[in-house]
Write a protein that binds this ligand. Structure first.
Ligand code: COA
Ligand code: HC5
Length: 626
């Protein structure tokens, strides 16, 4: 039993409290104890790297102003050193000096709706069923596959993952099932029921906006079989044929403060409270969606990506979700399927590992047909809708439909090459893709922008992410040179190689805990905690520019040929997620329609062109053998 996990996860605030690890046992814990603690990088190093990171994105004039602020901040005995000491003290006391702060800042205190602004989606390859039978059979297999993965979590038999030869923190796997975000007036929380006294044995199934509690374990504790689950799903389907139900789940799409207010109002009623608790406790959710409108093959993926992110609006499937639920599988009647997940408890890779397992599972032939024992009717979760709740639903619908209209998303398969080409050139594939993004952006806007790429900090205990700043001095040198007819091609190729090396070097710095973003955040939060006045460094325009990520990107590799997606993080930005496979790359690019300067399809076009041009440049200008 994961005693440590039980204690930390039961805390309703979702915050992780340090507990003496010594007393604990278990395979998972033994592994966790071996992991190093996240270091606090040296102050002077971070400040030097900060100035370097600013170079490609701000003017020389702004830079000299910021240089002066940095000099002031870094002086011996100055405010920087004082805050750094505070951080180092925190690092000695806590299991991970960053994780509580990150959880709060990036998620629990972030007030925008989780839909589009925070929760990522995954689009699975289209399944070849065309009807309800096929839909329910696939959903039943998927549920069984997910329960199979859960067994590995429960038994602590999940294989430890590695990055760059180093073992990774596995804690996030213990956070993704039986958990849910709960809205709060100023700050949300995450509850996890997996390690409680009586862990849940049910999932939530939603159909036609109606929620059901489906027990997926038999009385002897074994998981139901595909056939049994299928029969139960049919019962659910047949008792939820009405399509005129209030889409109560829409409430979870609202701004967090509004939702927190509506939530307190909703759960005043005892029946509503029980229904909400059942959803929150459930192992995960399965959304049986209505078919999405038929579209041509070339925009099919983009359409499904939008469905996964927001459900298509109040008239389509958005009411068929509980967006606060950590994990929601989506299976639509027309064969489109995927998932959406609430980001606070975990990063993409554990979710994708689960998904890879589930997809493999669904491909297995069904072997045994179990003799049918009568199973109880799944419980319908009832809601009493007062006029006030109805009003909250209407408001949420209006806001959601605006968000749905505003999301511009393009999912494409770049089929000319995948990881194999950059590898053949002895270049990091991830760096190659990131530099292509820089080239695409430069060609569109004639400047570089602050660019975020997620880097895993899971080499450290309870590590989440730091930022790889992909816009670098070297990337800008290359992107400026690429279309400069005065520059010889061999020089351009050399600049490209150098830019990819710089990117890979930043990646190594980030995954070993030496990047600048989380350290700067830590210094800023330390200043707030110590109640010293905010250092000017953090009130500087350059700092705001550096944190305004017009390109927010992430690589999430998967075995399954799927595409992941998320929204932009600024009103005038792009969200770019990619899954590089051996011979092709799956991309999803998002933007907002309300911003005249951005266009997802245009960015996708420029990105593909950049990848092709860069390949040609390298092929025509091979590296000298000297
Ligand atoms: N020559 C030849 N091959 C190379 C190479 C080179 N110069 N550099 C790298 N490669 C190979 C690698 O060995 C690796 O091989 P594999 O396919 O056999 O595993 C492959 O190319 C991919 O390496 P690379 O493209 O450099 O990227 P990476 O896998 O190291 O990933 C990050 C880089 C930043 C994505 C990764 O470190 C990371 O942090 N991932 C987590 C991100 C995350 O959490 N995202 C979700 C956030 S919710
Ligand atoms: C299933 C794919 C999930 C990818 C989500 C992701 O990359 O989230 C980033 C998390 C982080 O801490 O970097 C945030 N981002 C979407 C804004 C890049």
């Amino acid at each position: 039993m994961l005693a440590w996990a039980a204690r930390t996860m039961a805390r309703p605030s979702g915050m992780l409290k340090p507990v003496a690890l010594r007393k604990l046992t278990g395979r998972y814990l033994a592994h966790q104890q071996e992991l190093p603690a996240l270091p606090v990088p040296p102050l002077q190093q971070t400040l030097d790297h900060y100035l370097l990171a600013l170079q490609p994105i701000i003017s020389e004039e702004e830079l000299s102003h910021t240089r002066a602020l940095v000099e002031e901040f870094r002086k011996p005995g100055g405010v920087g050193e004082r805050l750094q000491k505070g951080l180092e003290r925190r690092a000695r006391k806590q299991e991970n000096w960053l994780s509580d702060w990150w959880l709060k800042t990036a998620y629990l205190e972030y007030r925008l709706p989780v839909v589009v602004h925070s929760s990522p989606g995954v689009v699975l390859p289209k399944q070849d069923f065309q009807d309800r039978q096929g839909q329910l059979r696939f959903a039943a297999k998927l549920i069984e596959g997910a329960l199979d993965f859960k067994t590995m979590i429960d038994n602590e038999t999940l294989p430890v993952e590695y990055l760059g030869g180093k073992p990774l923190c596995m804690n996030q796997y213990y956070q993704i099932l039986s958990s849910c975000r709960i809205p709060g007036p100023k700050r949300d929380s995450v509850v996890n029921y997996a390690r409680g006294k009586k862990p849940p044995t049910h999932i939530t199934v939603v159909h036609n906006f109606q929620f059901f509690e489906l027990d997926v374990y038999a009385s002897d504790g074994t998981p139901l079989t595909t056939d049994q689950i299928f029969i139960q799903l049919e019962k659910i389907w047949n008792t939820s044929l009405q399509t005129n139900k209030e889409p109560i789940g829409i409430l979870t799409t609202n701004h967090r403060n509004s939702w927190a207010h509506a939530y307190n109002n909703l759960i005043k009623d005892k029946t509503n409270k029980e229904s909400v608790r059942s959803i929150e406790k459930s192992i995960f959710t399965v959304c049986l969606d209505a078919p999405i409108p038929r579209v041509s093959d070339d925009i099919y993926r983009s359409r499904v990506a939008a469905q996964m992110l927001h459900g298509g609006g109040s008239r389509w499937n958005s009411g068929n979700r509980w967006f606060d639920k950590t994990l929601q599988f989506i299976v639509a009647e027309d064969g489109s399927c995927g998932l959406v997940y609430e980001h606070a408890p975990a990063e993409g890779p554990p979710i994708v590992a689960l998904l890879d397992h589930v997809v493999e599972y669904t491909k297995k032939p069904e072997l045994v047909r179990t003799p049918m024992v009568p199973l109880p009717m799944p419980k319908k979760l009832r809601f009493n809708i007062t006029p006030e709740i109805k009003d909250d639903i209407e408001k949420a619908k209006r806001n959601l439909n605006i968000m749905v209209q505003d999301l511009d998303i393009t999912a494409v398969v770049f089929h000319h090459f995948g990881k194999n080409f950059p590898k053949s050139q002895k270049i990091s594939p991830d760096a190659f893709i990131q530099i292509a993004l820089q080239l695409a952006y430069y060609r569109m806007y004639k400047e570089a922008c602050a660019t975020y790429e997620s880097a895993s900090l899971r080499m450290f205990r309870l590590g989440r992410t730091d930022t790889i700043r992909s816009a670098s001095v070297d990337s800008l040198k290359f992107t400026k040179a690429m279309d400069d007819t005065g520059k010889p091609d061999p020089e351009k190729a050399e600049l490209l190689r150098r830019a990819t090396q710089a990117h890979r070097a930043y990646t190594d710095m980030a995954i070993t805990g030496n990047a600048i973003d989380r350290h700067l955040l830590g210094l800023k939060l330390q200043a707030i905690q110590d109640l010293v006045s905010m250092p000017e460094l953090f009130m500087d325009t350059a700092y705001a520019v550096a944190m305004h990520f017009n390109l927010s990107t992430s690589q999430v590799p998967a075995k399954t040929d799927c595409v992941m997606c998320f929204g932009p993080v600024v009103p005038d930005g792009y969200g770019v997620c990619y899954n590089p496979m051996a011979d092709h790359i799956n991309f999803a690019i998002s933007a907002f329609n309300s911003c005249a300067e951005t266009n997802a399809a245009r960015m996708a076009h420029y990105l593909q062109k950049a990848l092709l041009d860069m390949r040609q440049l390298l092929q025509e200008n091979p590296k000298s053998k000297l």
